[in-house]
Design a protein around this ligand. Structure first.
Ligand SMILES: NC(=O)c1ccc[n+]([C@@H]2O[C@H](COP(=O)([O-])OP(=O)(O)OC[C@H]3O[C@@H](n4cnc5c(N)ncnc54)[C@H](O)[C@@H]3O)[C@@H](O)[C@H]2O)c1
Length: 260
């Protein structure tokens, strides 16, 4: 899509939509930010990491002429942050049409070893922030009559494995929360869907494992490769757009066909 100037009629698959993307400084969140802005949305990026948010904003602006985006650095584990984010976005853009709950943290330990603090921390971000940001945004999402919530879960919310039990439990809870939201909000014109990414080659995993190890790992999916973050952003774009107007309560597996 070609660039555009502020103030003129927007073009693109998300023309005239306002999207909040949590975890917008991360691998998948920043890919969604780049794509959503290219497709005409005004975007609010939310993340704990202020410096990375600024870097993502610079990239988006260099890629999309006239991109409209704002950055909100906040800790989503705090309940008050949700209402604060919504107030800032409404003040800047006058409405909210799309909410992407993408921020997430991981824990790598067996359930036998997972301390209370680990559970508390991961539940606060991976589950409670999804509930609280959705709750805070719902009045605005309802107002336009075409709201869309996209919750980022994980392929392992559905399949079993060892070693990340607390994380997987939060991601399964997100699927349940998404379905309930879809049922409760349908009459208010708000759709709610979840995507379940598989192995996605984000900077998080590259820093954690090192690039050589990432390249040596063959994900246990039929496509036998890692996804590029943009391969998560495109399904999000579709769910955010009016093209998916009859899609709600869905769990969309974006995992290259896992398990093999
Ligand atoms: N990458 C994968 O392979 C994969 C697979 C399945 C699911 N996911 C899910 O996709 C989402 C994005 O993953 P990613 O790989 O891009 O991860 P990432 O770590 O790059 O991005 C997550 C972002 O969340 C932010 N964040 C962390 N704590 C926060 C807090 N308290 N408040 C606000 N922001 C906070 C981080 O700063 C980071 O920018 C996550 O929910 C993750 O669980 C990723």
């Amino acid at each position: 899509m070609s660039g555009r100037k502020a103030g003129v009629l927007r073009e693109g698959r998300l023309a005239n939509k306002v999207a909040i993307i949590s975890g917008g400084a991360g691998g998948i969140g920043s890919a969604a930010a780049r794509l959503f802005c290219k497709e005409g949305a005004r975007v609010a990026l939310v993340d704990l990491d202020a410096a990375s948010l600024r870097a993502v904003a610079d990239t988006v602006r260099s890629e999309t002429d006239g991109a409209e985006l704002m950055c909100i650095a906040t800790d989503l584990r705090e309940e008050r942050s949700a209402q604060d984010i919504v107030s800032q976005v409404l003040k800047a853009y006058g409405g909210i049409s799309v909410l992407v709950n993408n921020a997430g943290i991981r824990r790598y330990e067996a359930l036998a070893d997972a301390p209370w603090e680990a559970w508390e921390d991961i539940i606060r971000l991976n589950l409670l922030s999804v509930a609280s940001l959705s709750r805070a945004a719902l009045p605005a999402l309802r107002q336009g009559g075409k709201g869309s919530i996209i919750n980022v879960s994980s392929t392992y919310a559905v399949y079993g494995r060892k070693g990340m039990g607390a994380y997987d439990a939060t991601k399964s809870a997100v699927l349940s929360l998404t379905r309930t939201l879809a049922y409760e909000e349908a009459t208010h014109g708000v759709r709610a869907n979840a995507i379940c990414p598989g192995f996605t080659r984000t900077p998080f995993h590259i820093h954690r494992l090192g690039v050589e190890t990432v390249e040596k790992i063959t994900p246990p999916c039929v496509m036998k490769r890692w996804a590029d973050p943009m391969e998560m952003a495109y399904p999000m774009l579709w769910l955010a757009s009016d093209e998916a107007s009859y899609v709600t309560a869905a769990t969309l597996m974006v995992d290259g066909g896992l398990p093999e």
